[in-house]
Design a protein around this ligand. Structure first.
Ligand code: UGA
Ligand code: MN
Length: 477
């Protein structure tokens, strides 16, 4: 019995201990099988029921989707303007437009869309790649695509549409290239329409990869009437080992911004082909000019008025060539969040905002109380009426042109103040406050560590090596 019992326990999980082992064993076997089957069937049924419920469920209602909350209405989703996202669009639009285009111009490989840039500037007939080498192509979309004019907004452009296309080594059929040009323009128009109201935009209107795949189904249908107001970015620069690195970094920031002309003005007597080459490669529409610092300031042992002759040359250029839009002084070494550019486009006179990394206070900013400008926070006031940093204000071109004498003084430390004072009359109440009413930091006064000039290359030792080529790319004093 004991043994049997053990057997029964071992075999039948000890359900029937004691009694007639054989009978009890048989009965419990039957019961157990029944029980297992029941459990199995029940479980299967429950799973099936759950699965049915799962697949029959309604998808999320639009209201259920958690939307990204913009911090404030002054935030602009500037990624919408990114030429990169526009280029992403080309792949799908190519198929749509291939059949409609006939003209031929450039030699860019469609397989390398990242080397193509669309730079558009309204109302100015400036050159793209003024000092350029043969690596720049200019394409007037309006000229190469006859159907474009009637299509959307050429009439309201009032200026030239240009595509700075970096030449690649691959040559392919030109029809596709033109198609992508048209596609880019089309999308520009659609995204532009959304920009002014972009605070209300959700991610759903962003041209994402999935939109690209099903472009014909899901892309936005609104069409814009015109380009946004042009931006004129005045950048002083000067010869030093860091120069090309600074310009490259700033240039690729500006590349995210449409309808922008970059006025690069060097404190020098003549242009430097290396700078021209760098600007060509970046592919942002630019003018490269020179404006040397007057000798008397160069000689001084005291602080020099850095970048002043350059900026005044930029102002002169605008008085001659620009009619609308906004100007901004962007030193070549600072750091800029591109949303500030989208915000400054629409100002009517002067706008200001905080700048990070200025003096011991860590920031230079207008002080705002109850929505009003009541003063300035800066580590050094120095008797200035406008103690602001160069990176912290923008001015409307129309407003500038109404003040023919406005310019920047050759007075170290007082460049911003002097220039802003020269814009008088200007009421404090007329100064627009950007970057979330000056609660955010979108520009920084960064400074690059100075590097010693590169030593001369040992030409004998490195004869016929790549170093001979690289050496020609180094900026030496
Ligand atoms: C600060 C201000 O932010 C500048 O706007 C102002 O012009 C300068 O001081 C000044 O006090 O003169 P900071 O960073 O100290 O700027 O000066 P830099 O960055 O060396 O120069 C400002 C701009 O002028 C740069 O874009 C730089 O490339 C250019 N620069 C500098 C010249 O064109 N020539 C020079 O000899 C030095
Ligand atoms: Mn600087």
């Amino acid at each position: 019995m004991k043994g049997g019992n053990y057997t029964s326990l071992g075999t039948y999980s000890g359900i029937n201990a004691g009694g007639n082992v054989a009978v009890a064993g048989k009965m419990s076997l039957g019961k157990s099988i029944k029980m297992y089957l029941t459990i199995f069937i029940l479980t299967t049924c429950i799973y099936m029921a759950l699965y049915q419920y799962h697949i029959s469920r309604e998808p999320f209602a639009a209201s259920e989707v958690v939307k990204h909350q913009e911090k404030s209405s002054s935030y602009i989703a500037s990624y919408l303007w990114s030429p990169i996202s526009l280029l992403m669009a080309n792949s799908s639009f190519n198929t749509i437009n291939d059949s409609t285009t006939t003209s031929t111009t450039t030699t860019t490989a469609p397989t390398t869309p990242t080397t193509t840039t669309t730079g558009t500037v309204g109302s100015v007939g400036q050159k793209v790649g003024a000092s350029s080498t043969s690596s720049i192509h200019m394409v007037s979309l309006a000229a190469t695509i006859p159907s474009f004019k009637s299509e959307s907004r050429s009439g309201s452009l009032g200026g030239l549409q240009k595509t700075a296309t970096m030449k690649t080594s691959t040559t392919t059929t030109t029809t596709r290239t033109t198609a992508s040009g048209l596609a880019t323009t089309k999308l520009l128009a659609t995204t532009r329409a959304t920009a002014k109201t972009s605070a209300k935009l959700s991610a759903a209107t962003t041209p994402t990869a999935s939109h690209m795949e099903n472009g014909h189904k899901t892309r936005p249908t609104f069409v814009a009437a015109s380009l946004p107001p042009p931006l004129y970015i005045i950048t002083p620069t000067y010869r030093r080992p860091e120069q090309l690195a600074e310009l490259t970094r700033l240039g690729y920031t500006l590349k995210h911004v449409v309808n922008l002309l970059w006025l690069v003005i060097e404190d020098a007597n003549k242009t430097n082909p290396l700078v021209g080459h760098t600007l060509d490669r970046i592919g942002v529409p630019y003018e490269y000019m020179v404006a040397p610092m007057p000798e008397k300031y160069k000689q001084t042992k005291k602080a020099k008025p850095r970048g002043v002759s350059n900026r005044n040359r930029g102002l002169e250029y605008l008085r001659e060539h620009a009619t609308e839009g906004v100007l901004y002084f962007a030193d070549d070494d600072n750091t800029y969040d591109i949303s500030i550019f989208e915000q400054m486009r629409y100002i009517s006179k002067v706008a200001m905002w905080p700048v990070g990394l200025v003096t011991k206070t860590g920031v230079s900013s207008p002080i705002i109380q109850a929505g009003k400008l009541v003063g300035y926070y800066d580590g050094w006031i120095g008797g200035r009426k406008y103690p602001v940093d160069m990176a912290g204000f923008a001015v409307s071109v129309k407003f500038l042109k109404e003040r023919p004498n406005a310019q920047m003084p050759f007075k170290p430390g007082y460049e911003e103040d002097g220039f802003l004072r020269s814009l008088a009359p200007l009421d404090d109440a007329e100064i627009e406050l950007l970057a979330d009413e000056c609660r955010d930091i979108l520009t920084w006064h960064t400074q690059t560590k100075k590097n010693a000039p590169a030593q001369a290359l040992n030409r004998t030792r490195y004869k016929n090596t790549n170093l001979e080529h690289i050496d020609r790319l180094l900026v030496r004093p």
